[in-house]
Design a protein around this ligand. Sequence first.
Ligand code: ATP
Ligand code: MG
Length: 184
Amino acid sequence: MTEPVSTTTSTDITLRLPDADATRALGTAIAGLLRAGDLVILTGDLGAGKTTLTQGIGAALNVRGQVASPTFIVAREHPPLPHADGTRGPGLVHVDAYRLGGLGELDALDLDSSLADSVTVVEWGRGLAEALAEDRLEIDLERPRGGAVDGDDPADDPEAGTRTATLRAVGPRWAGVDLRTLGA
Ligand SMILES: Nc1ncnc2c1ncn2[C@@H]1O[C@H](COP(=O)(O)OP(=O)(O)OP(=O)(O)O)[C@@H](O)[C@H]1O
Ligand SMILES: [Mg+2]
């Protein structure tokens, strides 16, 4: 599914994502590392695949509802559905930080789900969450540019092409978690 490009430290890894299915599959793999209370910060341009990755996380957590771009709302809540063995994992809170002044405002939203019982995924979160969250999984999604001639740049087509995801885990919560397993 994914092929490691480089590993700079034990908590930094860059993966190549040839298509949307690979991005969803990475989300599914990441969900295996996530637990209630975790914060994931997704950064990347329009169409980079932030929502696509979140769909993979939501599918693996088995949450209710369709994970879509949280446009026009600040946060969408997806409660957990029971797994086959009857247990439920954490729910998903999917946030569009574009509409949020800071992560502190999340508490003021009066969500039904407690963030402590949920996995919180923030799109466009860079710069908002750092000051407030000691522990976080940061994921940068990028569409490589260049190599095209005369307006034929595949990077201009938001539907097309390979992305890279660079993951960095920050804070004591992630100590000892080896992100390289995601590239295996
Ligand atoms: N490798 C890839 N990874 C993810 N999406 C891809 C890839 N290749 C093509 N796509 C397509 O690119 C689009 C990505 O859209 P998505 O909504 O996930 O991006 P986004 O980063 O959430 O955008 P926005 O900033 O608008 O919220 C989808 O149409 C998807 O099918
Ligand atoms: Mg999106």
